[in-house]
Design a protein around this ligand. Structure first.
Ligand code: GSF
Length: 204
């Protein structure tokens, strides 16, 4: 398998953490999707990374689809429960963490994308998106309760998705002091940060 991606992308990081936790071999193919010469469109018509290329050449895209597939490839460290409430709980945590990322990336692009002039940038839009980041952090903190992991009693995709989101805030939004009001998230982050899969996929 080949994974087309960028080390700075938190969605790519989620996939790389899953590959590492599942001990699956792959080749990493770096791609700058913002470059004029990017070839990503040949594999993913949406022009986004991550994109997984299977042995037969088929492209699989969207990190949620990719990690779901990867979890079926090996029984090692099952990350997504196969059925029922447990499954939907993990998928909802992932949607929340990815949604935090979607909002923060929209805010960052609004503020920095070179295709937009200063007059075209909307601070109201940025505020709207950053409000979603704040709300998501609060929901995650509440959802953690006094548990050791986001869902269930073992590490799951929920925890990986959440720490990728927190790691992205540290990387691109150092001014967002999420540690201040979210002690349970700090505890989860600090525990997950000791895993080799987290250490080996740091964006910086
Ligand atoms: C989001 C991928 C994405 O936005 C997923 O895979 O989970 N729902 C998708 N990737 C960004 C890179 S990054 O900001 O992490 C991307 O490729 N953007 C290029 C573009 O044209 O939007």
């Amino acid at each position: 398998m080949k994974l087309i991606g960028a080390v700075g992308s938190p969605y790519v990081r989620k996939v790389r953490m899953v590959l590492a936790e599942k001990k699956l071999d792959y080749q990493f193919v770096p791609e700058n999707v913002w470059s004029e010469t990017t070839q990503i469109g040949a594999s993913n018509p949406l022009g986004k990374v991550p994109c997984l290329i299977l042995e037969g050449g088929e492209a699989v895209f969207d990190s949620r689809v990719i990690v779901e597939y990867l979890d079926t490839l090996s029984p090692v460290g099952k990350l997504i429960p196969s059925t029922g409430r447990e499954r939907v709980e993990v998928k909802t945590w992932e949607a929340l963490a990815d949604g935090l990322l979607d909002a923060s990336i929209l805010a960052r692009l609004e503020a920095t994308w070179a295709g937009r002039s200063d007059a075209q940038r909307s601070s109201a839009w940025i505020d709207r998106q950053m409000g979603k980041v704040t709300q998501s952090l609060q929901a995650m903190e509440m959802g953690m309760g006094e548990k050791a992991y986001c869902s269930g009693i073992h590490m799951s995709l929920s925890d990986i998705a959440v720490v990728c989101a927190l790691g992205y805030l540290d990387f691109r939004f150092p001014q967002v002091d999420w540690r201040e009001d979210h002690p349970r998230l700090v505890k989860l982050h600090d525990k997950m940060a000791q895993r080799q899969s987290f250490i080996d996929t740091r964006p910086d």
